[in-house]
Each structure stands twice: as structure tokens, then as C-alpha cells.
Write a protein that binds this ligand. Structure first.
Ligand code: DAT
Ligand code: MG
Length: 151
């Protein structure tokens, strides 16, 4: 399986509710390797770039207000099939449709307070890592346990 990188955001509701590290831990515990981590208070420019695909939709203004409300954590996780694995661990966009055991199910109720972002595909992942880690290092490091997680 291909080694991939994906962009994760710990959204403002998770930050405010003290769930940031509990959520990060779910990705870490799964075996995904942290390649970059950053605390950032997004402005409208970076939020708009990140959510460009949703411009013009009814929920767009609320989405930008939400994601820029307070500092959030941006992370890059690496692993085999990391993009789909992160999405699976997050659960469906609507928390009430997310499977039990997923982050959005276990901590959320509403679509506009769904705690976490994960890139939808590898093209989006590359685009989003560039947005959130522009000019900042994304590390390529050998973890001693890699061979026990990746075949
Ligand atoms: P995801 O975050 O699962 O990739 P998305 O890319 O379709 O979902 O939408 C980005 C975010 O926008 C999503 O996490 C919550 C919000 N959103 C999407 N659809 C919405 C809707 N119909 N009403 C309110 N918020 C919505
Ligand atoms: Mg999306």
C-alpha cells in the first residue's frame, strides 16, 4: 500500500472543549506517524483558501467564522493509505451519521461542529499541506516502530 501524507485540522470546537490531544491520539494510536504539527489562528485568507471548494454555498460564511474562531492545530500524518485511514477514523461529515467509535460520532452532534478535518484525497492533501505548512518543514523521519506498523 502506498505511503501517503494527509492534513488534519483540530477544529475550534475541539480546542475549546479540551479534546485536541484526545483526537490527535486516535490517529497516533492507529499507527499514523506525525510529520508536522502547528498551532495556528487562521485568518480569513487561509480559511478561504482551505475551503475554496465551498465558496458560494449557504454554510460558507458560518464555516469561515467557525474555523477562524480561535487557534487550531494543523497536523500532517503519514502512513500507508493515510488519507482514507484518517477519514475512516474521523467518521462521516455529519456526526449523527458517523459510525460509533469514530471521532465525529463519539464527540459530536452537528455538522457545523464536527471537530476535525482530514483531506479527502491525495491531491487535496498535497494542496492543504502546502496551505498550512507553507515554508515550514514537514519531516521525513524513520520511526523505530515503522516496520511493526507498515508491512
Ligand atoms: P468534510 O469535512 O467531511 O470533508 P466537506 O468537505 O463536505 O466535509 O465540508 C467541509 C465542512 O463544511 C464540513 O466538515 C462541515 C461543513 N459543511 C459541509 N456541508 C455542510 C452543510 N450542508 N451544512 C453545514 N455545514 C456543512
Ligand atoms: Mg472536505
Amino acid at each position: 500500500m502506498a505511503l501517503e501524507r494527509t492534513l488534519v485540522l483540530i477544529k475550534p470546537d475541539a480546542m475549546q472543549r479540551g479534546l485536541a490531544f484526545e483526537i490527535l491520539q486516535r490517529f497516533e494510536r492507529r499507527g499514523l506517524k506525525l510529520a508536522a504539527l502547528r498551532l495556528v489562528h487562521a485568518d480569513e485568507a487561509i480559511a478561504g483558501e482551505h475551503y475554496a471548494e465551498h465558496v458560494g454555498k449557504g454554510f460558507y460564511d458560518g464555516l469561515i467564522k467557525y474555523i477562524t474562531a480561535c487557534p487550531i492545530i494543523a497536523a500532517v500524518f503519514e502512513g500507508t493509505g493515510a488519507v482514507a485511514a484518517c477519514r475512516q477514523t474521523m467518521g462521516a461529515t455529519k456526526p449523527v451519521e458517523a459510525a460509533p467509535g469514530t471521532i465525529r460520532h463519539d464527540f459530536g452532534l452537528e455538522i457545523g461542529r464536527n471537530l476535525v478535518h482530514g483531506s479527502a484525497n491525495t491531491d487535496d492533501a498535497a494542496r492543504e499541506v502546502e496551505i498550512w505548512f507553507r515554508g515550514q518543514p514537514v519531516l521525513d523521519w524513520k520511526r523505530d516502530t515503522d516496520g511493526w506498523v507498515f508491512e
